[in-house]
Design a protein around this ligand. Structure first.
Ligand SMILES: [Zn+2]
Length: 160
């Protein structure tokens, strides 16, 4: 909506940040074009009652000021998002580092355990082999002794 109106009045206005949605009196806002010498062609928000009764306190705001506010709001939100994203990235990186450290330490532990197990198995195998060899040697000796005794008995019996 656009209308030619004289409104250079700026007194008694509270600051409204961003694009205003309603006047302080509760009325919806319209957009108007200033035709004053100071602000020719400049657009502003104002309710209809304010234009008729200029003594009352109603919202007044230049449209380009409201748009600048909006740009600042969007910029601030963007900066917030950027900060959030950076914080998220740092946090995720820290978590990944922590998990990698855990995996590496676990890997180290597993390697140690594997080495220990291999050593234990090697030692057990060596011991078993030694025992087996010793037993085998004893049996061979016993068998040889029995064979020699047998042969001697046979010879003794034959030569008698
Ligand atoms: Zn109003």
């Amino acid at each position: 909506m656009s209308s030619s109106s004289s409104s250079s009045r700026q007194g008694a206005r509270r600051h409204v940040y961003g694009i205003p949605t309603k006047c302080w009196c509760g009325q919806p806002l319209d957009t108007w074009v200033s035709d004053t010498k100071e602000n020719p062609g400049r657009r502003f928000y104002r309710c209809r009652i304010a234009l008729q009764n200029k003594t009352e306190s109603h919202l007044f705001k230049w449209i380009e000021e409201a748009l600048h506010d909006e740009i600042r709001i969007v910029d601030a939100k963007r900066m917030d998002l950027l900060r959030d994203f950076q914080a998220f990235t740092i946090n995720t990186q820290a978590q990944l580092d922590s998990q990698r450290n855990w995996i590496e330490s676990r890997d180290e532990q597993l390697k140690k355990e594997m080495l220990q197990m291999t050593t234990t198995i090697d030692e057990a195998t060596k011991k078993m082999t030694e025992q087996f060899d010793a037993e085998l040697a004893t049996r061979i000796k016993t068998a040889a002794f029995v064979a020699i005794c047998g042969a001697m008995s046979y010879l003794f019996w034959k030569l008698r």
